[in-house]
Design a protein around this ligand. Structure first.
Ligand code: THU
Length: 130
């Protein structure tokens, strides 16, 4: 089983790959699948700013493309005074794939939330249909 520290290290490594020439704000993510695989993500910006993909959604896309469908947690890191927090779009995408726990870290701090805390009642009655 992967430890949170391993996941956090993977997220910092992923952050090194960030393509963020416009904001210059580099974000890394590491997504833990239920089968133990770790999928890294970094933000990928675009000259058409609205096409930017956040690190979290890049990690989800890589994982889905590799055949993972079940997830435990995601780590998101940035070099900020306080740990950053996922945007609303990413919260919804994390909910789509049942990511249970979200760990947010900077160089010195780590805070953990359930996805339910960050996005209460995400698609209740739709995503959890029988
Ligand atoms: N960003 C992420 O990748 N994840 C977050 O949780 C917050 C924001 C990116 C998007 C954009 O490339 C840059 O950070 C500034 O918002």
């Amino acid at each position: 089983m992967k430890t949170d520290d391993e996941l956090i290290a993977a997220a910092w490594d992923a952050r090194e790959m960030a393509y963020a020439p416009y904001s210059k704000f580099h974000v890394g993510a590491a997504l833990l699948a239920s089968d133990g695989r770790i999928f890294p993500g970094c933000n990928v910006e675009n000259i058409s700013y609205g096409l930017t993909n956040c690190a979290e959604r890049v990690a989800i896309g890589a994982a889905i493309a590799a055949g993972a469908r079940s997830f435990e947690k995601v780590v998101v890191v940035a070099d900020t005074a306080q740990p950053i927090s996922p945007c609303g779009a990413c919260r919804q995408v994390l909910a789509e794939f049942g990511v249970k726990s979200v760990i947010l870290a900077n160089r010195t701090q780590k805070v953990t939330f359930s996805l339910e805390e960050l996005l209460p009642r995400a698609s209740t009655g739709i995503l959890d249909r029988p």
